[in-house]
Design a protein around this ligand. Structure first.
Ligand code: HEM
Length: 399
């Protein structure tokens, strides 16, 4: 197999939009990723994406960001601030598991610490399965852990969540409640399945498990990176401190800058379904792997400037490019959680009181408001269980 590497942003955009290149980064992680939205192709992908897209509307994101999420954030952050410190990596996972459970449609009826911890353990194991290709552990051991976690998750969380939604759907079809009383989540639209998408129980289970980990893991990781970059910037550029705290559009700009530098996965992989001529004229055939290097493309100096590899929220972004680069992908697999996490990219004049800033900006603002800061007594360290560049521990103190 020949690997064709693409690391220029325009070539990467073209490859990600090429219909004859199919997803292949998750072939090793089939134990959790087989037949989930991200690994489907062609019509099968289009139909399922259209069905699930109903949950991911901008109007709902703004409501979620202003009404639902601040309460969940408060519940998690207040006790940690009272305790005087926490590990941001753990905080990130604990808070984002609520976020993705809400969107996936996983009920947490007890709302207890134990229940959240159990769900968190499942999500971490699912995440290890999805990113198996980058794992530094014995892959068969990871696969066995994922299989066991899926079975347990199905019994403890998924089946009760399905039963509650089926009862509501029956009431809805009998006219005793109306559509507005139904939960707004992926599981509900899949059970409603107005588009008659074929979805056997094992696929449904993996799909919901995939959502839980896809959103939670990447949001948690991106939040820690953003905190690190923004805190360091405030230290070296004290004149920007009050702007970061008081101007939410500038805070969002800072988050986008961090997302550009730290894509959740440094690469996307695609396999040609037939001979394909890539932008630039290279021929790719089905036995090749096309590796799209998002990390390098996002740091291209003739697009983002001479200092492209550094965090600088004042850089200007050329027309036709996103401030977060390729971090949320592009084309048919563009991240469904992009606007939820990153907010809407401000274009021209925007009304700050009506703008949607994204969950990550909200998280960083809350952390900085609590005066969260790294501590030299317990320095942060990189993760060792994966080759992906991310923080393993990031202790902070508050107050
Ligand atoms: C900073 C946070 C996030 C990052 C960096 C991120 C990144 C990505 C990327 C790069 C892709 C496309 C992969 C490819 O083309 O190979 C993707 C797809 C996806 N993401 Fe995200 N994501 C984030 C958060 C979320 C959240 C919060 C959710 C859900 C609540 C979510 C749901 C999805 C789904 C469902 C897909 C598959 C879309 C499809 O295949 O049609 N993501 N994400």
């Amino acid at each position: 197999m020949t690997t064709i590497r693409i690391d220029r942003i325009d070539d990467a955009l073209a490859a990600l939009r090429e219909p004859n290149l199919a997803q292949s980064l998750y072939d090793e992680g089939k134990v959790i990723m087989d037949k989930v939205l991200l690994t489907l192709h062609g019509d099968e992908h289009r139909v399922r994406r259209m069905l699930e897209f109903r949950v991911f509307r901008r109007s709902f994101f703004r409501y979620y960001e202003t009404e639902v999420f601040p309460r969940a954030l408060d519940d998690v952050l207040t006790p940690l601030v009272a305790r005087g410190g926490c590990d941001l990596v753990e905080f990130g996972h604990r808070i984002t598991v609520n976020l993705t459970a809400d969107f996936a449609g996983v009920d947490r009826p007890l709302r207890s610490v134990d229940e959240t911890e159990t769900l968190l353990r499942f999500v971490k194991t699912f995440g290890d399965g999805a990113t198996l290709v980058h794992s530094t552990r014995d892959k068969d051991v990871v696969r066995a852990e994922v299989r066991a976690a899926l079975a347990d998750f199905e019994t403890r969380f998924l089946n009760p969540s399905i039963a509650r939604r089926m009862a509501l759907l029956t009431q809805c079809s009998q006219g005793t409640i109306d559509d507005a009383a139904l939960p707004r989540d992926v599981l509900t639209v899949l059970l409603q399945n107005e588009d008659k998408v074929e979805l056997p129980p094992d696929v449904l289970c993996r799909e919901i498990a995939f959502y839980l980990q896809a959103g939670s893991h990447s949001t948690a990781t991106a939040t820690v990176h953003a905190f690190h970059e923004i805190h360091a910037w405030m230290q070296s550029n004290p004149e920007d401190r009050s702007r970061i705290m008081d101007d939410p559009l500038f805070m969002q700009r800072c988050v986008h800058e961090s997302l550009r530098l730290h894509p959740a996965s440094p690469v996307s992989w695609r396999k040609p379904l037939c001979p394909v001529t890539l932008r630039g004229g290279i021929e790719a055939v089905p036995s090749d792997r096309v590796e799209i290097d998002l990390y390098t493309a996002n740091r291209q100096v003739d697009v983002y400037g001479e200092d492209a590899a550094r965090f600088n929220p004042h850089r200007s972004i050329p027309a036709g490019h996103e401030p977060f680069g390729l971090t949320f992908g592009t084309g048919v697999h563009t991240c469904l959680g992009r606007d939820l996490d990153g907010g809407v990219v401000p274009r021209g004049v925007v009304d700050p009181s009506a703008h949607q800033y994204g969950i990550i900006a909200l998280l960083i603002k809350a952390l900085l408001a609590a005066n969260a800061r790294p501590t030299s007594a317990d320095p942060a360290s990189a993760a060792t269980h994966t080759a992906r560049p991310m923080w393993g521990r990031y202790p902070v103190v508050f107050g």
